[in-house]
Design a protein around this ligand. Sequence first.
Ligand code: ADP
Ligand code: ASP
Ligand code: MG
Length: 416
Amino acid sequence: MALIVHKYGGTSMGSTERIKNVAKRVAKWHDAGHQIVVVPSAMSGETNRIIGLAKEIMAQPDPRELDMIASTGEQVSVGLLSMALQAIGKQAVSYAGWQVAIKTDSAYTKARIASIDDTKVRADLDAGKIVIITGFQGVDDAGNITTLGRGGSDTSAVAVAAALKAQECLIYTDVDGVYTTDPRVVSDARRLKTVTFEEMLEMASLGSKVLQIRSVEFAGNYRMPTRVLSSLTDPMIPLEEEANSGTLISFEEDTHMEQATITGIAFNRDEAKITVFGVPDKPGIAYQILGPIADANIEVDMIIQNQSVDGKTDFTFTVPRGEYTKAMQVLEASVKEHISTGNIIGDPKVSKVSVVGVGMRSHVGIASQMFRTLADESVNIQMISTSEIKISVLIDEKYMELAVRSLHKAFGLESA
Ligand code: ADP
Ligand code: ASP
Ligand code: MG
């Protein structure tokens, strides 16, 4: 008998029919003698719908109030799933984040989990109940409801699994594992049987939204075995088969010794580029430009400072597209008055494409192969950033899918 955490995403919870299937699957695991905690997301489209309502009232809604409503989709899900389990004769109990409690900091819309109290959950499990906990939401020390950022139910699930010292965290979703790239963009992408924690972290941080990055961080910090698998199979398939399906995140360093140099291609459509022209090239200039951006809680990703000409230089950086307008406002309001600059020009229609693989460490020539492939397709590279296990380029968003497809092919990632 093991304690196992299941997470079901929005599509998996997308209708009452699907919720009944989730209940059957969960009951199958419980019948096999396991203790089961389930962390569902809101039904698909629900979080977007609710946030849309807020934006009809206020263009930039107050974050506390936004979390108050954005968190409600998950509350509907846990109640419905609990009922679906009860309807097939199972004892089940649902909890909102604050009832558990899942404690977070107070950074509304992107809160971080600080602690999880396992007392109630353990008592329920010991009493033979299936416990269902809302994904995505928590509560801060003052009792305010918070949310963990889009896709945050993954993080709730892995954090709950870590707090309960579960044997495994199973992330059920609408694809049957982690692929070499998003299978919706490249139809012959290949499913990976295992992916190293490091690679998954890199893929998630570079835009592969199959797992929220913080869930991968939790998995790594607590060495929580985490598997991505399909919720769309027949719920009654043999448990053994299901338990070995999908993609397991591995913590072994050397599983990839024999493997391809490149593991996958990640992309992020959600980028915007800003260039500040003609700034004086002197100590402190990066801080004077990026300090106010950081103070406004905007994350900066890629940065380039050009070689200076006549003591002046150009400074370019990228921010999440959703923060673009705010970043431009910050520059106009707090930077221009302190340093003399030329024009500030932005482009919110750029995308980042990255090749990822721990095998890159021992291979040279990956960058040149990447650049040649893009050149052959006449895709202009605007910015480049590298680390030991990834190379990212910023390009015009209209070439994003072309770039992903041609790189996927150039690195031989397609399924056999
Ligand atoms: P859920 O609602 O279950 O959390 P998400 O939509 O958040 O599901 O994540 C699953 C989606 O992630 C898939 O439908 C797929 O389009 C996308 N995706 C992006 N990159 C990858 C990848 N490398 N492997 C698998 N899926 C990916
Ligand atoms: N419902 C939330 C969202 O849409 C959390 C999640 O799905 O993981 O972002
Ligand atoms: Mg998700």
